[in-house]
Design a protein around this ligand. Structure first.
Ligand code: SAM
Length: 219
């Protein structure tokens, strides 16, 4: 599905979020509190916007972007080259449930608008906990059911229409149903804990249309 929508993905994101998605990614990158030399895992990296925001936030860090969609990764590689960040951002095809990294080898992990799409979420969260060094931060940004009625109308009626016109109808209907099916923040925090992570903060953004979950690996 993501191969199919890749070419218009960034455009639909910008329009559907009124450009807010950029600021949310900047905030996610900042929440990782990186220092020079850090190796950061960006899961479900897609077209690479969060990987790029992270590399810009900490010029001494390197980023590994993981995603199963070859088309998304091809677009990400193009953007990284245009930003002249290819020395510091590397992409790997793969899924969050089975990471090709050693235990404790990474200094931080991020995932923007990705965990909702992961089939086996407990396994993906356990994999994140496994590959992080003790105390390392994890920032997970995800869409949720907005609190305001107007925002819910936007997510469930208007965004699927924008998606249908600009990209693919089915995929953006899926967006609406997957948002409705995603667990509410306290339930997702419990999943983080069960996976061996320590929740630090839950920050609602844009009246709950998105949430930033911040956690750390156990020491
Ligand atoms: C909505 S996009 C998010 C892209 C990007 N993180 C962003 O901020 O725009 C979701 C991405 O999750 C990827 N994805 C789907 N299943 C996945 C899995 N099991 N593990 C990792 N990534 C997955 C898709 O290929 C897609 O690129």
């Amino acid at each position: 599905m993501f191969d199919e929508i890749a070419d218009r993905y960034d455009l639909v994101n910008r329009i559907a979020s009124f450009g807010l998605d950029r600021g949310w990614r900047t905030r996610t990158a900042r929440a990782l509190a990186l220092v020079p030399g850090n190796r950061v895992l960006d899961l479900a990296t897609g077209t690479g916007d969060l990987a790029i925001a992270i590399a810009r936030r900490e010029p001494g860090a390197t980023v590994l972007g993981v995603d199963p969609s070859q088309r998304m990764l091809a677009l990400a590689a193009r953007k990284v080259a245009a930003a002249r960040l290819e020395e510091r951002i590397t992409f790997v095809a793969g899924v969050a449930e089975d990471l090709p990294f050693r235990d404790g080898e990474l200094d931080a992990a991020s995932m923007a608008f990705g965990i909702r799409n992961v089939v086996d979420r407990p396994r993906a969260l356990a994999e994140i906990a496994r590959v992080l060094r003790p105390g390392a931060r994890v920032a997970i940004l995800e869409l949720g059911e907005p609190r305001s009625r107007l925002a819910r109308l936007h997510v469930h009626s208007i965004v699927p229409r924008i998606g249908a016109v600009a990209s693919s109808e089915g995929s953006y209907r899926y967006l609406s149903s997957s948002i409705a099916a995603f667990p509410p923040p306290p339930e997702f925090e419990a999943m983080l804990t069960a996976a061996g992570l320590v929740p630090l903060e839950v920050a609602p953004l844009a009246l709950g249309a998105a949430t930033l979950f911040l956690a750390r690996a156990r020491r």
